[in-house]
Write a protein of this length. Structure first.
Length: 292
């Protein structure tokens, strides 16, 4: 059969991309549209009947102050975490590409936290915050020191700290690729023309690494908005529900309260907000990259 025939091309696609496309449809596309359908029902997750309620679930989302409170907390958590994560990751990438002794060892060491699952990571750090740090602080001060996880502001601080500790190593790899993609001759030319090392970094290296910044900020933003595992194992939304992030609130609405319609509507709203922020960030970053 000639390779220009449509049947040959379809056959090649089904042979190589067909299984992946089928799995993608079954795992992502079908559940997405099924979830979209559930937003118009009052299904409890158990009964066979799914009464159609129209836009009532979206009205419930608008009236749900707890959801908007958790979303506001998610925004605060995400902004702080994204900024600190990318600063730390950039500095680590600069450190391990500067030619220091044992830099490959440090690369592996900084990346290891990203390999640990969020649930395990949360329980490990929960033990450290509740036992290790409390024992050390109590021994130094001679008085009983409460755990950071027992205070409202301390719980959010712990979430931010653990998230930065986990994500920075992964973002570091992307920044390393960015550093290595910059032609050394450009930096040498800048130094010959009279620029200091700091000026060469600011005016030559960083502008040429714009794509790395766009990728890292996008990935860290989406991760932070959708975080659930660390939130569950580290704080479980405590104390007094002060550290409940949006994903945890959605889960509790759908699976704990058995209100799948409202929970799915909240999940859709969270997805749209995250998608808009991510696409806007990528658009602004790519536009600046072209101008640079």
């Amino acid at each position: 059969m000639p390779k220009t025939k449509l049947g040959y091309k379809v056959g090649q696609f089904l042979m190589f991309a067909g299984p992946a496309a089928l799995l993608f449809c079954l795992v992502v596309i079908v559940p997405f549209f099924y979830g979209l359908y559930l937003t118009f029902t009052s299904w409890d997750g158990v009964s066979l009947d799914k009464p159609f309620v129209g836009l009532d679930n979206y009205s419930a989302v608008v009236a749900d102050t707890d959801f908007w409170t958790s979303l506001g907390m998610t925004v605060i958590y995400s902004v702080i975490t994204v900024v600190i994560t990318n600063i730390v990751a950039f500095l680590l990438a600069f450190l391990v590409t500067s030619g220091i002794k044992g830099q490959n060892f440090f690369r592996a060491g900084f990346f290891i936290p990203n390999l640990i699952g969020g649930i395990v990571l949360g329980y490990v750090w929960k033990f450290i915050f509740n036992r290790a740090f409390v024992s050390i602080a109590s021994g130094v001060t001679g008085a009983t020191v409460p755990s950071l996880l027992s205070t409202t502001q301390g719980a959010i601080f712990c979430l931010i700290f653990v998230s930065v500790w986990q994500y920075a190593g992964y973002m570091m790899l992307i920044y390393i690729a960015g550093f290595m993609s910059v032609d050394a001759s450009l930096k040498e030319a800048a130094l010959i023309d009279g620029c200091s090392s700091r000026q060469a970094m600011w005016h030559v290296t960083i502008p040429l690494m714009r794509s790395s910044f766009v990728t890292c900020i996008f990935l860290s933003t989406t991760r932070c908005f959708m975080v659930y595992d660390i939130n569950l194992s580290l704080t479980n939304g405590e104390p007094f529900g002060s550290s409940v992030l949006a994903a945890m609130h959605v889960y509790r609405t759908a699976f704990t309260e058995k209100n799948y319609g409202v929970g799915q509507a909240e999940a859709l709203v969270l997805f749209i907000i995250c998608a808009v922020i991510g696409l806007l960030q990528v658009y602004v970053g790519k536009k600046g990259e072209v101008e640079a």
